[in-house]
Design a protein around this ligand. Structure first.
Ligand SMILES: C[S@@+](CC[C@H](N)C(=O)[O-])C[C@H]1O[C@@H](n2cnc3c(N)ncnc32)[C@H](O)[C@@H]1O
Length: 221
């Protein structure tokens, strides 16, 4: 492992806005995120597979009335977002380093208000591992509040087509769906909604530079 990666791993251990937790044990602060970790009573929004946490930090700046929690397994990526949030003295942004596969061990029923899936791995050969698969949706149901929204922003045709099928098959209430987020769909958006989509993640920049068309949907489970 590179020196820089090792250094970032040791740094996040000192960060007050990063929690590292064993994958498969029930989390001691399950049900107490607001009280013990954010130390406020604001609703909590998750960014799953957050990488460098551009959405957690960007939305955190736009919506100080909400809490944002970025989750990823890669500590060296979380380091970037967590450092930014610390430098900006943001008290509504936290990060959790763990595997999303064990996510229901971390939250109590109704503890989470919203979920963002930003450029999640499309898992071309393992549909079950997609973050919008029935397996993952059943996990989210354990803690996402009633009417809580799931947002999916992706470059991947495979993941997006699959998600659209899940929405139809399972009868999820779809609030928005576009195969070209930055096309004519923009005309339907308010300025503040446009601002939300103007947050660009590392992978979005990467895929967009190669000509990928960005897709977006938002639904209730
Ligand atoms: C394609 S990257 C997208 C990162 C970021 N959201 C972006 O748009 O730049 C997918 C991210 O999901 C994370 N990831 C993949 N599988 C995971 C898992 N099982 N648990 C937690 N994170 C995972 C990876 O570490 C990676 O940072």
């Amino acid at each position: 492992m590179g020196k820089d990666k090792l250094w970032r791993f040791s740094e996040i251990k000192r960060f007050t806005n990063v929690t590292e937790a064993p994958f498969s044990e029930t989390f001691p602060q399950k049900g107490k995120w607001k009280e013990e970790i954010f130390k406020n009573d604001k609703p909590i929004v998750l960014e799953l597979g957050c990488g460098k946490g551009e959405y957690a930090v960007g939305l955190g700046e736009m919506f100080p009335e909400k809490n944002f929690l970025g989750i990823d397994i890669k500590g060296n990526r979380i380091y970037i977002g967590a450092k930014k949030a610390l430098e900006k003295k943001m008290d509504n942004v936290q990060f959790l380093r763990t595997r999303v596969d064990f996510i229901e061990n971390f939250f109590e029923e109704g503890e989470i208000d919203e979920i963002w899936l930003t450029f999640s791995d499309p898992q071309p050969k393992k549909p079950r591992k997609r973050l919008t698969s029935p397996l993952f949706i059943s996990r989210y149901k354990n803690f996402l509040k009633k009417n809580g929204l799931i947002h999916v922003k992706t470059d991947s045709d495979i993941l997006f087509e699959y998600t659209e099928e899940q929405i139809k098959e399972e009868g999820y209430k779809c609030h928005a769906l576009t195969w070209d987020l930055y096309g004519s769909f923009q005309n339907k958006l308010t300025n503040s909604e446009k601002e939300i989509f103007n947050i660009k993640t590392h992978y979005e920049e990467l895929f967009a530079s190669k000509g990928s068309i960005i897709k977006y949907c938002c639904f209730e489970i």
